[in-house]
Design a protein around this ligand. Structure first.
Ligand SMILES: [Zn+2]
Length: 210
């Protein structure tokens, strides 16, 4: 599986485009907020001849979903996320809380993901891991074959997600990280929603919150 990372929007969200030898692709947290950012993603997909099959959201904070409408309107793909995330305030309310005006409505899921559910595109399988605490229905996406996990804002390199936003809970977040993420093989690469990558081994040894 190939991983192309884009760092997008004023909050510097990591958007991950995954694809394999079949040229089928999945986007995790499309944060594209301007025409230029949307064009960068589209040009990459076109240049590599990819077919976008899935749009996955780790959670529904505004910075992680800004590109969902572009993806839906360009590729006809609805986002998939955990049902508990639908409790999140509207994009307008979230945006105004952060001084970031948002003038469009979100695209809703046609399918809610469950803990442990397998997501397939091409020859690749991701497993949804429920890792709540930063938000009520945060998911991480684990690729067992390639030893990598996309953790959204649950776990960062040497840091964890904030828990003071809607539905956040620090005890729950620590439990999610310990039970769902640090139990993965130590060589597993961690690709977070912001900042640089890490590994399970690195976080076990050096994350001050765990
Ligand atoms: Zn977040």
């Amino acid at each position: 599986m190939q991983i192309k990372q884009f760092e997008l929007n004023p909050v510097f969200v990591n958007t991950y485009l995954l694809y394999d030898e079949t040229k089928e692709a999945a986007l995790i947290d499309c944060g594209a907020s301007t025409d230029e950012e949307c064009r960068r993603i589209k040009e990459y997909i076109d240049y590599h001849g990819l077919t976008l099959k899935k749009l996955l959201n780790t959670h529904l904070h505004f910075d992680h979903v800004l590109g969902n409408r572009f993806v839906y309107e360009t590729y006809g793909v609805h986002p998939q996320y955990h049902e508990s995330e639908d409790s999140m305030p509207s994009l307008r309310i979230q945006g105004s809380a952060f001084g970031f005006p948002i003038d469009y409505e979100p695209v809703h899921a046609e399918h809610f993901l469950q803990d442990g559910e397998e997501i397939r595109f091409g020859n690749t399988t991701l497993k949804a891991l429920l890792t709540p605490g930063h938000s009520p229905g945060s998911l991480s996406f684990y690729c067992e074959k390639d030893y990598c996990v996309f953790t959204g804002d649950a776990l960062f390199r040497h840091d964890i997600g904030r828990t003071d936003l809607w539905g956040g809970n620090e005890d729950q977040l620590i439990a999610s990280i310990k039970n769902q993420l640090l139990t993965l093989p130590e060589i597993t690469e961690i690709y977070p929603g912001h900042g640089p990558a890490s590994t399970v081994k690195e976080e076990k040894q050096h994350n001050p919150y765990i």
